[in-house]
Write a protein that binds this ligand. Sequence first.
Ligand SMILES: Nc1nc2c(c(=O)[nH]1)N[C@@H](CN(C=O)c1ccc(C(=O)N[C@@H](CCC(=O)O)C(=O)O)cc1)CN2
Ligand SMILES: NCC(=O)N[C@@H]1O[C@H](COP(=O)([O-])[O-])[C@@H](O)[C@H]1O
Length: 225
Amino acid sequence: MTSLLPRIAVLASGRGSNLQAILDAIADGKLDAEVVGVFSDKPDCEALLRVPEAKRWSRDAADYATRADFDADLADAVAAAHPDWIVCAGYMRILGDGFVARFAGRTLNIHPSLLPKHRGLRTHARALKAGDVEHGASVHFVVPELDAGAVVAQAVVPVLEGDSADDLAQRVLAREHPLLLATLRLAVAGRLAERDGRAWLDGHPLFKPLYLSSADDFIEPTRHP
Ligand SMILES: Nc1nc2c(c(=O)[nH]1)N[C@@H](CN(C=O)c1ccc(C(=O)N[C@@H](CCC(=O)O)C(=O)O)cc1)CN2
Ligand SMILES: NCC(=O)N[C@@H]1O[C@H](COP(=O)([O-])[O-])[C@@H](O)[C@H]1O
């Protein structure tokens, strides 16, 4: 019998700790959803090993002549899983316009910075170099421009004296997991949408991100007129 649970496709390129947080939350009854597939550009990545073989898809991007060719196969594989939501969880390739358009409004990414600061890569080292006193993670809708989509939610961590990039990465990662789960709970409950380049919650536009509390939930936004 086919499950009626909301269906999540996860794109990953590496370790997969955010994916594991999703799987654990589902197993613990803390996220009413199903991971219908894990899709990767790195056939030997650890993330793939976190789900049964039947739920894995991967191709070596180096085997494709163009980014668009890879993305086309990726998009077909993702579409075949009939996901309600697509989550980039440590997916380390820029998605082409064709993929983004095909899954517009239902593709989320977790990014290790307080967007719009530090889009792109090496965010922790850049935050240290910039002398930031706060850093963190953002969950945002994916649009063609890199890390420029509407930010849904953020978790903030302090930058401490003497922090290395790895120290900061670990502190941020520990908040990424509850941040992603709290956001996905809104998404799979049908409370989250993207419209006119903005994130909407319960039919109202979010004029600023939801912030993850120390209790790992969101403080409901004040309603703007
Ligand atoms: N069209 C979009 N694609 C992706 C987005 C996005 O917002 N729009 N988010 C990323 C995730 N990401 C940061 O959160 C990110 C991933 C990859 C890169 C990047 O520069 N990748 C290079 C290759 C880097 C490498 O192989 O080490 C590339 O694709 O050429 C930057 C940011 C997911 N995709
Ligand atoms: N630009 C994308 C990016 O840097 N994403 C980051 O990759 C890590 C993946 O960890 P995981 O594989 O253990 O979930 C996470 O910190 C995520 O924010």
